[in-house]
Write a protein that binds this ligand. Structure first.
Ligand SMILES: Nc1ncnc2c1ncn2[C@@H]1O[C@H](COP(=O)(O)OP(=O)(O)OP(=O)(O)O)[C@@H](O)[C@H]1O
Ligand SMILES: [Mg+2]
Length: 412
């Protein structure tokens, strides 16, 4: 059959073909493992998790767990480390391998992952644990007694193997305080079930244990393990492994990966950020030349920055947004520096137009300090001699962000 395409169809086909030529990303899962369901995530991590650079931490954890292989009972562990230092991935990896090693010796060792990424009350955390232990458990809202949830957990654990390891991620998210939760898992429950429980808690707050009751610390008898942040070389290793699996390597300049690692390590050594920057740079490259070089990394870094600032502005309270708009309205009109007095006047007229009651000048000054703290403006105190002090305000946002800011609500 002779296929005749009209001009629009030809355009679609040619654009599709051009896009295909520029494609760099071939396996997206290898760039974003955190969104995958647990089993798939473990499979992906088996391929991209870089054990070499976490050797020290992995040995500490394994050394802590090895008594299990001789049928003794290791104590609980608390693992600290900044965000993106690989706590969650390392633990999931180690525990899944450890259960295989135990099984080879005929020892039943099971682990469950309890995810407390969003803040939970005592009841909410118990509910999360019950679901992790037995998927058929429901998520309850309210009106269910705590004892009921505890009984559900006890029932789920009864059927368990010799050892049960509870991996409690972001344990500091149990609010207002985790004492009840830890007492239940650390003291009450071990007496009621046959299997041996091991608690492994992860947190990024070093001061978390200070909030606990000393009696709880005493019966937990926990050991502490620290996860140090990654440096630029570690991040480079992580990126290389991912790039090899997820991307067409002939379309990537190796120096671009170095640059991404350097950018990410400059801040906090967060591996999540490094991978995020790589993903963004790949997008930039696919939308333009189809080659990931140094320029694409710079553009991606800038875009991520802009995205984050826009997100921050979106969650500001109304009065804070108005104060910020007032500053940028004036700065847009040609001034390089403005004073608090000038911006307060503009703020008042903005409030009037948008039907909000303006705050007093003193409260307005507090908001200016807050906006300065978040890096949305630069405010500097200057002395005016006998006229007292004022603050000079200068801009700190890129033009794209200012455009977006001033287009929300009406400017005077
Ligand atoms: N050694 C590594 N090899 C490959 N990827 C890693 C490694 N360490 C961390 N990552 C990646 O970095 C991201 C963050 O890691 P992880 O979730 O373990 O951090 P975390 O220490 O638990 O941080 P948070 O405290 O924010 O939960 C994940 O996407 C993970 O895949
Ligand atoms: Mg984590």
């Amino acid at each position: 059959m002779n296929l005749i395409l009209d001009s629009t169809e030809i355009l679609i086909e040619s654009l599709h073909a051009a896009r295909k030529d520029r494609t760099i990303l071939i396996r997206p899962d290898f760039l974003d493992d955190e969104k995958l369901p647990e089993e798939e995530r473990i499979a992906v991590l088996n391929q991209i998790f870089n054990q070499k650079i976490r050797q020290k931490q992995l040995s500490r954890i394994i050394a802590h767990l090895t008594p299990v292989l001789d049928r003794s009972h290791p104590p609980s562990a608390l693992i600290y480390g900044p965000t993106g230092s690989g706590k969650t991935v390392s633990l999931i990896h180690v525990l899944s391998k450890f259960s295989e090693a135990a099984a080879r010796r005929g020892i039943g060792f099971k682990y469950v992952y309890i995810d407390l990424t969003s803040p939970k009350t005592y009841f909410g955390a118990l509910n999360e644990a019950a679901i992790a232990l037995n998927e058929s458990n429901r998520r309850y809202r309210k009106g269910i007694p705590v004892e009921y949830m505890q009984a559900k957990i006890k029932d789920a654990i009864k059927k368990s193997s010799d050892y049960l390891c509870l991996l409690i991620d972001e344990v500091d998210n149990i609010r207002p305080n985790p004492d009840g939760f830890l007492t239940f898992f650390g003291k009450t429950l071990p007496r009621k079930v046959d299997c041996r429980l091991i608690l492994i808690m992860l947190t990024n707050r070093l001061d978390w244990e200070k909030t606990l009751d000393p009696r709880i610390l005493s019966f937990l008898k926990k050991s502490d393990i620290i996860f140090e942040p990654y440096d630029a070389l570690d991040l480079l290793e992580i990126l290389k492994l991912r790039a090899k699996k997820a991307l067409k390597t002939d379309k990537i300049d190796p120096a671009a990966l170095n640059k991404i690692a350097a950018y990410a390590s400059r801040e906090t050594g967060d591996a999540r950020k490094a991978v995020e920057l790589l993903t963004k740079a790949v997008q930039v490259a696919e939308d333009s030349s189809g080659y990931l070089g140094l320029d694409e990394v710079d553009i991606a870094e800038h875009r991520l920055e802009v995205d984050k600032t826009i997100e921050l502005i979106q969650v500001l309270a109304v009065q804070q947004r108005l104060a910020l708009q007032a500053c940028y309205c004036l700065l847009r009109n040609g001034s390089i520096k403005i004073t608090t007095g000038q911006s307060y006047e503009t703020y008042r007229s903005l409030c009037e137009i948008q039907n909000y009651r303006p705050l007093t000048q003193r409260r307005f000054c507090d908001m200016i300090s807050f906006l300065d703290l978040y890096g949305l403006i630069n405010a500097r105190v200057v002395s005016m001699g006998r006229y007292g002090k004022t603050r000079e305000i200068m801009g700190a946002l890129p033009n794209q962000v200012i455009d977006r800011l001033l287009s929300t609500g009406r400017s005077p």
